[in-house]
Design a protein around this ligand. Structure first.
Ligand SMILES: *Cc1c(COP(=O)(O)O)cnc(C)c1O
Length: 386
């Protein structure tokens, strides 16, 4: 899938893409040209199909920039200026949404469950009942900082039951983890090109109810991030308002084709889950312990505790892995030392077996005989199991 000179990116985006996805970028497109407008239409339709929008209740609005631009566009366009958002945070991306709301001057309340505990419906219910003026609930689907898969189904159910609106950051989940708008009540969610669809970076997209898009007129603080305006212009002209990331769109069309060819979301989930299972088992044989217990451990990215052995250094481990063709990811936990290995991208279990072998080699070079974490670190896991 890659040449030996290209390391595998075991990171949650940008990630390793297929050769044909890269090759799709080897020509230029005029942004106003009918061929490119056709590509934009195909991209929007393809994403709505993955979201299960069979009755045309939702629409898809692609937007230039990285995923965070889309999150900011969604929050600024859909939370009205007199709205009040409840942010469910359990990691860096939840916290970033709270920061974004602060920049936007939108009233918000944060329910923070720490590094590795999921938000639960009972807590959300209690907060919503106590705060009748909360209009929106904002949640991260897979919180990529720990790899936890948040229970968005129960969050969606309680949010709807109490008459509030749900906005989801499904950046690192959509395309692999089920998110079907026929069964999951939400106003909108966002994802981006370079996560589970396996495209290259350059844009993200908002999938939202058409009536929510219509009602968003005038809400946004920003012209460039106004989802209503992007939607309106795109529907009238078939074009992006400002220079589109033409090559990234071309690559994405090929990535979508490969997603369908593989068998869509269920097949992608199966491959990523297999990657995770081979990874966790293999790392376990070296002594490594994952942070999260099942069923919270996502097939997107796995956090491992750093070994307690003082001979272990993440910086040296990283370099030794890179020298063998694998780029891994530092940890993002506040309390314990950790690192992460991604399971997504154009790679399969045979690559994961080579990752394990490379980890074993790196540990030998470092002189770490057993990668077990400090027993105290495991307390985190016990709290999760409780
Ligand atoms: C990748 C990611 C984002 C967006 O990050 P960018 O660096 O702006 O692309 C947002 N939320 C989650 C959960 C992510 O995994």
């Amino acid at each position: 899938m890659t040449t030996p000179a290209d390391p595998y990116l075991l990171t949650p985006g940008p990630l390793t893409t297929a050769a044909s996805t890269k090759e799709a970028m080897l020509r230029d497109w005029g942004s106003w040209d009918a061929d490119f407008r056709e590509m934009t239409a195909r991209l929007r339709r393809g994403l709505l199909d993955i979201a299960g929008d069979t009755n045309g209740e939702y629409d898809c609005v692609p937007l230039q920039g990285s995923g965070s631009y889309c999150v900011e566009a969604m929050l600024g366009s859909f939370v009205p200026r007199d709205g009040h958002a409840l942010v469910l945070a359990n990691g860096a991306y939840g916290k970033r949404m709270a920061t974004t709301l602060r920049y936007l001057g939108r009233r918000h309340t944060v329910h923070d469950t720490g590094d590795y505990l999921p938000p639960r419906a009972a807590d959300v219910e209690r907060i919503l009942i106590a705060n009748a003026d909360i209009t929106h609930v904002v949640v991260v689907h897979c919180e990529t900082s720990s790899g936890i898969l948040n229970p968005i189904e129960e969050i969606a159910e309680i949010t709807q039951r109490l008459g509030r609106r749900l906005l989801i950051d499904s950046m690192s989940a959509f395309g692999a983890i089920p998110l079907d708008v026929r069964t999951l009540p939400c106003d909108a969610f966002v994802s981006s090109a370079n996560k589970c669809i396996e495209g290259v970076p350059g844009f993200g997209f908002v999938i939202a109810k058409k009536d929510v898009l219509r009602d968003a007129k005038g809400n946004s603080h920003s012209l460039a991030l106004d989802i209503h305006d992007q939607w309106d212009v795109m529907n009238r002209t078939g074009q992006w308002r400002f220079t589109p990331p033409t090559h990234a769109v071309a690559a994405f069309i090929e990535a979508l084709r490969l997603h369908t060819l593989e068998g869509g979301q269920p097949a992608r989930l199966a491959r990523y889950a297999r990657n995770r299972d081979v990874l966790v088992a293999g790392m376990g044989s070296l002594g490594f312990e994952p942070l999260l217990t099942e069923p919270w451990r996502s097939p997107i990215i796995v956090t491992f505790f750093s070994p307690a052995d003082p001979a272990f250094s993440f910086e040296r481990f990283y370099e030794l892995m890179k020298a063998q063709g694998f780029i891994i990811y530092p940890g993002k936990l506040t309390t314990v030392e950790s690192f992460r290995i991604g399971c997504i991208g154009a790679l399969d279990e045979s690559v994961m077996r080579r990752v394990i072998e490379a980890c074993g080699n790196a540990l030998s070079t470092l002189g770490v005989a057993n990668a077990a974490p400090a027993p105290a670190s495991l307390g985190a896991r016990e709290a999760l199991a409780a």
